[in-house]
Design a binder for this molecule. Structure first.
Ligand SMILES: CC(C)(COP(=O)(O)OP(=O)(O)OC[C@H]1O[C@@H](n2cnc3c(N)ncnc32)[C@H](O)[C@@H]1OP(=O)(O)O)[C@@H](O)C(=O)NCCC(=O)NCCS
Length: 260
């Protein structure tokens, strides 16, 4: 890939964007764009895994209307990995079917569009590709990702695409000696929704109220009984969402899998 084309990443007058898999010939540009867009330096192994499709799925965007030699050069990308739901940090956020231990998730690793091609809907299309891919896997229950808390354009994009923000993770990132919070966004597919859906919350509330009534009537019934239990405690916390989360330290060197 000639050097000048990597420096000259300006949008053509009438971009004709098309999407294709990322391939080995994209390696140099992929490394360059990641270096330009992210505060994290990814290991070269990560890029090799991307371009060779080793444990990573990816889509690239190119502008077919750029001059010769650049018309197949990446101007955007998304990379993702399939993870087992039961081994993921969001297992508790899924409607988990114990008989289906093979449930999977798609975790978006990196997403980026070079500056001169922003706000053309390219990232939206790339994420749609990921969602389509996840939806076509019958065992897949969600697409999820982390985003650093100050990345307003990315947060706006995920919200616009109906991702749900399910957690704020305190000091999740450690970049250049400083801590940053992260948001965890999720997009459910194939019915893999949270175990605390509105309907289930209502059902839970009704169950609590019924149990409360039973307790009251039990107390009235036992009133006056000398040896009866003084107090009945009810501690069902099955629907409380855990607030703790393993933090990840990311230094400027050596990160390979965290989305910012
Ligand atoms: C985030 C990013 C991928 C978006 O790419 P894009 O191709 O411009 O995205 P789209 O054109 O599909 O959509 C952009 C949306 O964000 C909005 N947006 C852009 N900048 C914004 C900002 N600073 N604040 C709020 N919204 C913003 C646009 O208006 C548009 O929304 P709209 O369709 O409602 O108008 C791109 O900005 C980027 O590569 N950033 C650097 C790398 C990065 O942060 N990656 C994400 C890591 S989580």
């Amino acid at each position: 890939m000639p050097c000048y084309s990597m420096m000259n990443l300006s949008a053509s007058r009438h971009p004709t964007i098309s999407y294709r898999p990322i391939q080995p010939a994209d390696l140099e540009v992929l490394v360059k764009i990641h270096g330009d867009l992210f505060p994290i330096r990814y290991e070269i192994e990560f890029f090799h895994n991307v371009v060779h499709g080793r444990d990573i799925v990816s889509w690239g965007a190119v502008d077919r209307n750029r001059p010769n030699g650049e018309s197949d050069e990446l101007i955007g990308f998304v990379t993702a990995r399939i993870v087992m739901a039961k081994e993921s940090e969001i297992e508790d956020m899924l409607r988990f079917d114990k008989s289906r231990s093979d449930q999977t998730l798609v975790y978006i690793l990196t997403l980026g569009v070079v500056e001169s091609y922003r706000n053309f809907g390219i990232a939206t299309s790339l994420i749609r590709e990921v969602i389509k891919y996840a939806s076509n896997m019958p065992n897949c229950r969600a697409v999820y990702l982390h985003v650093i808390s100050y990345n307003n354009s990315a947060i706006h994009l995920y919200q616009k695409m109906s991702f749900l923000c399910i957690r704020r993770l305190h000091a999740f990132y450690f970049i250049n000696g400083q801590h940053y919070d992260a948001y965890l966004f999720i997009y459910y597919v194939n019915g893999g929704r949270s175990p605390c859906s509105p309907l289930e919350l209502v059902t839970l509330l009704v169950t609590y109220m019924r149990r409360g009534l039973k307790l009251v009537s039990a107390r009235v019934w036992k009133k006056g009984e000398k040896n009866g239990p003084k107090r009945v405690k009810y501690r069902d916390k099955s629907c409380l969402l855990p607030m703790t989360q393993g933090k990840r330290s990311i230094t400027i060197e050596g990160a390979d899998s965290d989305h910012v």
